[in-house]
Design a protein around this ligand. Structure first.
Ligand code: FPP
Length: 310
C-alpha cells in the first residue's frame, strides 16, 4: 500500500495533492493556530484486523499516520505535539507485542532523525516524557541519543509519552518536590501550580494543551493529560481508527477549533467594547453638576436684573 502511495505521489496526482494540501494549510493560517496538540493513537490493532494484516503492520501504519499528522501540525506552525506512544498499562500486553512496539518506536524515530530528515526539515526536537526506568536499556540508549541529537532543533517539539500515565507523572512531580523541600531548595509555602509544572516529566517546557484527540471511538482519557488539559482545552473523540486519521481528519479537527476560537475571540472583543462603552456612559452621568451661582455666563447669555416698571 505504502509503495502504491509513493508511486502515486511521484506522478502529477502527487503534485496536485501537494498543491491542495498547501492551500488548505494556508486557509488555516488565516485564523488562530493552536500551540499544543496531543494524540491518543488508538485503533492500530483493530485496523490490522480490519485490513487482514499482521498486528505489527497495524502499529507500523499508525506510525506512518503520525508522520502525516505531524507534518500538517508543524507546517502550520503548531509549536508542540505530544503523543501517547505507550501507556504503563500497555506492559500488560503480550511480550511479543511490547517488544514489537518498542523496536518500532526506536526504528521509526531513528528514521525521523536520520534518513528522512524529518527532525531537521521541521526543526523539531524529540523529548521522551515518562518513566525511563521501565524502558529496556538498549532502547533507552537509542532514545536518549535521539533526544541529544535533536536538542539543537528548537522551533517544534515532539513529546513522546513513553511509558506514561498522568497519575504517575503527578506522583513523580510530588516526589521530586518533596525531595527539594527536604533539601531546603524549596520552601513548602511557595509550592504553586507552576512548581508542579516544573517538576513534571515535561520539566515545565510544555504549553497547555489546546486540542486532545483520541481516535477509534473510545471516549475515555485513559490516565492521560489529566493536568495539562485546562479550562479551554478541546477534547475531540474521533471514530476513525488511528492509522486512518491522516491529513484531512487532522485538518478538519484544527479547522473546527480555529473557527470556534475565532468566535470566542470576537465575543471577548465585543464584551470589552461594551465594558468600555458602559464606563464612558457612567463617567458622563457622574460628572459633577456645575454650581449655577459661580458659573460665568458669556455676555450674550447673561441675565440682567429685570426691574419692575413704576
Ligand atoms: C493503541 O492502539 C496504540 C498503541 C498502544 C501504540 C501507539 C504506537 C504507535 C502508533 C507507533 C508509534 C511509533 C512511532 C515512532 C511514532 P491499540 O493497539 O490499543 O489498538 P486497538 O485500540 O485497536 O486495540
Amino acid at each position: 500500500m505504502d509503495r502504491i502511495l509513493s508511486l502515486i505521489r511521484a506522478t502529477p496526482f502527487g503534485y496536485a495533492e501537494e498543491v491542495v494540501k498547501a492551500f488548505l494549510i494556508n486557509v488555516l493560517r488565516t485564523g488562530p493556530i493552536p500551540s499544543h496538540l496531543s494524540f491518543v493513537m488508538d485503533g492500530n490493532r483493530r485496523y490490522a484486523k480490519k485490513m487482514g494484516l499482521p498486528l505489527a503492520d497495524g502499529h507500523s501504519a499508525g506510525a506512518n499516520a503520525l508522520a502525516d499528522v505531524l507534518q500538517l501540525c508543524f507546517r502550520l506552525g503548531v509549536k508542540q505535539a505530544t503523543v501517547y506512544a505507550f501507556s504503563k498499562e500497555n506492559f500488560k500486553r503480550p511480550k511479543a507485542e511490547v517488544d514489537t512496539l518498542f523496536s518500532l518506536m526506536k526504528d521509526k524515530l531513528l528514521l525521523a532523525v536520520t534518513e528522512k530528515e524529518f527532525c531537521e526539515n521541521f526543526n523539531c526536537r524529540v523529548r521522551i516524557i515518562g518513566d525511563r526506568n521501565m524502558i529496556p536499556a538498549d532502547v533507552l540508549k537509542d532514545l536518549e541519543r535521539i533526544e541529544a541529537d535533536t536538542a539543537k532543533y528548537t522551533e517544534h517539539t515532539l513529546f513522546f509519552a513513553f511509558p506514561y500515565t498522568s497519575r504517575d507523572d503527578i506522583a513523580h512531580a510530588m516526589r521530586s518536590i518533596v525531595k527539594k523541600v527536604e533539601n531546603e531548595e524549596l520552601d513548602a509555602d511557595e509550592i504553586s501550580e507552576q512548581t508542579m509544572e516544573n517538576n513534571f516529566y515535561y520539566n515545565g517546557e510544555a504549553e497547555k494543551v489546546d486540542i486532545l484527540v483520541r481516535t477509534s471511538g473510545h471516549t475515555r482519557l485513559s490516565d492521560y493529560m489529566l493536568w495539562q488539559s485546562h479550562q479551554e482545552s478541546v477534547i475531540e473523540f474521533s471514530n476513525v481508527l488511528w492509522p486512518e486519521y491522516k491529513f484531512c481528519q487532522a485538518w478538519w479537527t484544527i479547522f473546527q477549533w480555529s473557527y470556534f476560537k475565532t468566535l470566542a475571540i470576537q465575543d471577548a472583543e465585543v464584551m470589552e467594547l461594551k465594558k468600555v462603552e458602559k464606563e464612558s456612559v457612567k463617567e458622563r452621568y457622574t460628572d459633577p453638576i456645575p454650581n449655577m451661582n459661580t458659573i460665568q455666563h458669556p455676555p450674550f447669555a447673561s441675565v440682567t436684573k429685570v426691574t419692575k416698571p413704576e
